[in-house]
Structure formats: structure tokens, C-alpha cells
Design a protein around this ligand. Sequence first.
Ligand code: CAA
Length: 258
Amino acid sequence: MAFVELRKENRLGIVTINRPKALNALNTQVLAELEQTLREIAVDDKIGVIIITGAGEKAFVAGADIVEMQNKSAEAASDFARKGQNIFRLIQDLPQPTIAAVNGFALGGGCELAMACDLRLASENARFGQPEVNLGIIPGFGGTQRLPRLIGRARAMELILTGRTIKAEEALELGLVNKVVPSSELLNEAVELAKTILVKGPEAVRRAKSAVNKGLEIDTNTGCELEATLFGLCFAGKEQKEGMAAFLEKRTANFIQE
Ligand code: CAA
């Protein structure tokens, strides 16, 4: 693939958007390659955690491709938005947890891509924003929906209505990112975070992700019922037996049997 690379390191999958000449902007080809990569990951039980990052030091993803969007009709633009939304939905619905390692500009579709992930680490030079109003458009890859859910309505509204770009520190204060790290440490930190998750029970991790993400889209009581079902399923497998036996035997649980 030309623009999207998947590197597998043991049980970790690292996806890199690699189109630095256009600051990794998402055009139709990048989106198609990303979709193919995600579909491959979704059925790969050997991959336990995904990191998504951008190539180069300047940008994570500087948005949807403005050159490609410029002459779109209303209908084609809606289709383009649906395409991006569906692909980002694939990320949200991946069984494996996803970590966005945001290494620079995450604007428009780039911020939306980061928000579709479960966790976000930002380098000190990362910049976030939904600058679409500067272009006479609105966010189209889920930004109007995920940003208020992540940081609250008032703060999301301000960013979306002003198109203001914010630095990593402000993104941390707003709760848009989990942690800010020196640029040189970003990938290492993301890998360390991934490793922390990778030693836990893989099925439990998948169920926890699913319970949180699905629960946020339904009412609390239905979400709790879903939680109870998934909690029960944990007791039907090996992981709960190993995890609880290890606790009682005062040893570290070994969930990964090769
Ligand atoms: N689409 C297409 N090309 C882009 C791009 C984008 N979103 N962002 C940057 N590029 C290209 C530039 O056109 C430039 O190409 P050339 O070298 O051929 O001129 C190259 O990447 C480098 O960019 P700049 O010269 O602009 O770099 P800079 O350091 O001066 O500025 C920047 C960096 C502030 C990120 C600036 O590039 C910028 O504002 N980019 C656009 C950001 C944006 O508006 N994103 C939202 C897009 S709309 C969207 O995403 C809708 C949606 O929700 C789906």
C-alpha cells in the first residue's frame, strides 16, 4: 500500500498514515487503504492493541484532502463524509483498543481520526482543532458528534464555531488527550501504554472497550445490562480462572499462552 502502513510487532499493530507531502491529508486513496488495513486488523486475533500515527514530524493528519474536496457537489460531499464516518466507525468498533499517537497537526479529519481512537497520546508539538468553518464547511468525519461527547458541549461548540487550533497542553486540560509527552518519546510512550494493556486478559480488554463504547450510545440502564452480560461472559472463559487463581496464589497472571 502506498499511503498506509501496518507494522506488526509481536501482538502490537502500528498503523502509519504516510503522505507527508500533504501533511498526511486523507484523500480517497488514503481512506481506502485505511479501511482495508482496519478490516485486516479486525479479524486478526493475534493483534491485541493498535497504535495509529502519522509519518514525519510535522503532522498526524492535517484533515480531509482540501484539493480533492474543492469541486465536490453537495451529494458527493455527503457521500465523502459518510465514507470517512464509516471508516472511523470501524476504528471505534475494532475489537482491539486503539491508541492515537498524535505527532503534530491533528486538524479537521485528523482530530476526528484521533477521537475515533480509544486513547490519545500527544507530542508536545501536537496541534488540535476543527478548523472547517475557516473553509466554509463543518466537520464531516464525526467531529460534531465525538468532540462534545469527549470534552462537553460548551467547549466543543467553542472549538467548532471558532475553528481555533489548540496546543497539546490545552488539549490535555480539555480532556481531549490522555497525556502529553516529548516528541522524541511519543512512539515509545505509546508502545509502553500498549504493552501495559497487552499483558491483561485479551478477552476482558475487548469486552471492557465494547462496554464503554457501546454504553456511551445507549441509556445507563441498558448499558448496565450490557455490562452484566459481558461480565458474565468473562466467567465462561479461561481468563477469569487464571486471573483470580493468580491473585490468590500471589503470582502474576499469565493470560497469553502462545
Ligand atoms: N488537504 C490537502 N493538502 C493539505 C492539507 C489538507 N487538509 N493540509 C496541508 N496540505 C498541504 C498544503 O497544501 C501544502 O501543499 P504544497 O506544499 O503542495 O503547497 C503541504 O500540505 C504543506 O502544508 P502548508 O504549506 O500549508 O504547511 P504550513 O506549515 O504552512 O501549515 C497547516 C500547516 C496549518 C496544517 C496548514 O497546512 C493547514 O491549515 N492545513 C489545512 C488544515 C485544515 O483546514 N484541515 C481541515 C480540512 S477539512 C476536513 O477535514 C473536513 C472533515 O471534517 C472531513
